[in-house]
Design a protein around this ligand. Structure first.
Ligand code: SAM
Ligand code: ZN
Length: 292
């Protein structure tokens, strides 16, 4: 089994998979050991950190997002992520990249990225991290069912303290999850990349037309991150029609409008049987700066 450079959350030493033991565990030289759950994920969040950390998304939120994403409405966006990562890896001749998905949720983008790179003849080693146990469990289960869990792992961990050794990752994707620039810079090798996504002007315009009398376009965001240089921006757009009212609700719950909309405006959206809307994202590709 090929795996990423796991780091013990207790003492910082390398964690090595112990393949002969059942249940299968990850163990460091000091003897700290972490069981791999039956779904295939490993919990690397220390008990003392579990209480302090936010629990991440609930099982219900994970289910709703999975139903929406598996509906394929954001496939163009996932394809855009995959194409940009592939292009970046080919430019640097990285045939066996170590890639991390920081705040991977239920693993839709992680799994499709891993699959797309394998289809192009690369040998990626990918790991996704999320604070939500339900999300990590779902992601790991899917990888197991697809027979990809050898090189596609999932862990419960905070992206602010990733259980990964310094300078060992070739790239990180960070989609709609908190940004931890200093931690990302720590785990990336020199010249490694970080891919983030931000909504473009027209994103969800059709949804906003239903919700608001005077909808506003999104402001363009170009976050500058310490330790990184923004090297490329690629826009991905599509027009989607969501025909299942449950999927309309799930999409709404994935947006910031969910928290900001009055119940009466929200109910107008919930009454729709079908919703057609533009979607538009900007993919921001950053390169880790050389350390002076
Ligand atoms: C909006 S979801 C996006 C998930 C996934 N990237 C996607 O686009 O489908 C944000 C995710 O970040 C996770 N999250 C929030 N804070 C986190 C942290 N400190 N460390 C790891 N994951 C975190 C949540 O549990 C949730 O799954
Ligand atoms: Zn240890």
């Amino acid at each position: 089994m090929i795996h990423i450079a796991w780091k013990c959350p207790n003492c910082g030493a390398r964690l090595t998979p112990q393949l002969t033991e059942k249940p299968y565990v990850l163990r460091c030289e000091a003897g700290h050991s972490f069981d791999v759950a039956k779904q295939g994920y490993v919990n690397l969040l220390l008990p003392q950190k579990r209480g302090a950390a936010l629990p991440g998304d609930s099982a219900e939120m994970v289910r709703a997002r999975t139903a929406f994403l598996d509906g394929g409405y954001y496939r163009a966006f996932s394809d855009g992520v995959n194409a940009l990562v592939l292009d970046t890896l080919l430019k640097t001749n990285t045939a066996s990249p170590h890639l991390l998905d920081a705040g991977c949720g239920e693993g839709y983008y992680t799994a499709r990225l891993h699959g797309a790179l394998c289809a192009e003849g690369l040998s990626p080693v990918c790991a996704g991290f999320d604070l939500s146990r339900d999300a990590a469990a779902h992601a790991a289960k899917r990888a197991k069912a697809a027979g990809t869990s050898e090189t596609l792992s999932f862990a419960v961990a905070s992206l602010f303290e990733m259980p990964v050794a310094d300078g060992t990752a070739d790239g990180i994707i960070n989609l709609f999850a908190p940004v931890a620039a200093a931690e990302f810079a720590r785990v990336l090798r020199p010249g490694g990349f970080l891919l983030m996504a931000v909504p473009a002007e027209e994103h969800l315009w059709g949804m906003k037309e239903v919700l608001y009398e005077t909808p506003y376009k999104n402001e363009i965001r170009r976050d500058m991150l310490e330790g990184f240089t923004l090297t490329r921006v690629r826009r991905v757009t599509d027009r989607i029609t969501v025909t299942d009212p449950d999927h309309i609700r799930a999409l709404f719950a994935m947006t910031p409008y969910y928290w900001k909309t009055s119940p009466s405006d929200r109910d107008r959206l919930y009454a729709q049987q079908s919703l057609t809307t533009d979607i538009a994202f900007d993919l921001l590709l950053y390169q880790k700066d050389a350390v002076q």
